[in-house]
Design a protein around this ligand. Sequence first.
Ligand code: FMN
Length: 342
Amino acid sequence: MALRDHFPWTQSPLIINAPMGGHAGPDLAVAVTRAGGLGQIGAVFDMAELANHLSKVESALPRHNDLLPVGVGLLPFIVKMDEALPAIEKYRPAVVWLFAAKELEDYAKCAERIRKVTPGSQIWVQVGSVAAALTIAEQCKPDAMCVQGIDAGGHGFEKGAGIVSLLPEVSDALAAAGHGSIALLASGGITEGRGAAAAFALGAQGVVMGTRFLSAPETQLHPVYRKAILAAKDGGQNTIRAKLFDELRGPNIWPLPYDGRSIVTESFTEHAGGAGIEEIRRLHAEAGKAKDGGYGLDGKGRTAMWAGTGVGLVKREQPAAEIVEEVRRQVIEVLERTRSRL
Ligand SMILES: Cc1cc2nc3c(=O)[nH]c(=O)nc-3n(C[C@H](O)[C@H](O)[C@H](O)COP(=O)(O)O)c2cc1C
């Protein structure tokens, strides 16, 4: 059974929005699902807010196989499962997406508790290395894994590879270890049809986009942050992975293997130029109180603006449904054009 067959409202090829905590709420999830994709909500600390978001989805969308046709993203290193499970049990989302555990064993522990309260929901885990994929496959047995390449916006493994090499190597390693039935998705730098088509050619059964959906008005985003996304070009130069972005508000709480990719900011440039962290934090806190929230264009601004290397391909504000439909159409066109060129 193909992964998409579990989600009867979806159309092929499968397009998914990343569960971006604080940004991907019910409006985005509903719009993506209505357009025939899989919409996801990102949760961070506040599980009352997650319940509120899921209740909004419930009043907007019919259930499929008794499941709410959206995914919910949880961060195992942050989430208190006792607080998250009541909402998961009550609303039964089609997918629970797990990303960033303190220890790899924690995915299996979370998954076990989720499966108990909602056996029909799929468990998806986002992974950034072959070794992590093998361990998680063995211990947690997720229904799908999203292979996250180093180009991804937001957090991911500090050490990594692009999906061009990572996805096939994960796929081969899983098959060799007897886990070939776990479906693979791709994320990291995919913003439009060409990148998405490449991901399908690599073996993905669906593509997950974060940065592209930052252009959608349904995504919760400070207007200056959105402007910076639309203005940024040449993502390999104007975004950067660094742990600094997690140290701006105080000590970094992320597990050691992780850092995050943001648009290059003054906080980053000045710290790289030798400014001490206390001074960087003070200026960051001050800037955050301004009307622009400390966000800024052209390397200005002090607040982190998570974005992937594909940001230069995101050029205009566009409703989420249009993004889903456009990328879906482009994938087919690109693959047909590619075939005819060979
Ligand atoms: C603004 C932003 C916030 C993110 N927040 C989360 C999150 O809360 N949970 C999560 O699993 N992934 C999060 N991610 C990472 C995504 O899951 C995904 O790996 C990434 O967006 C893919 O790369 P792309 O941005 O180039 O599409 C975030 C990404 C961005 C851009």
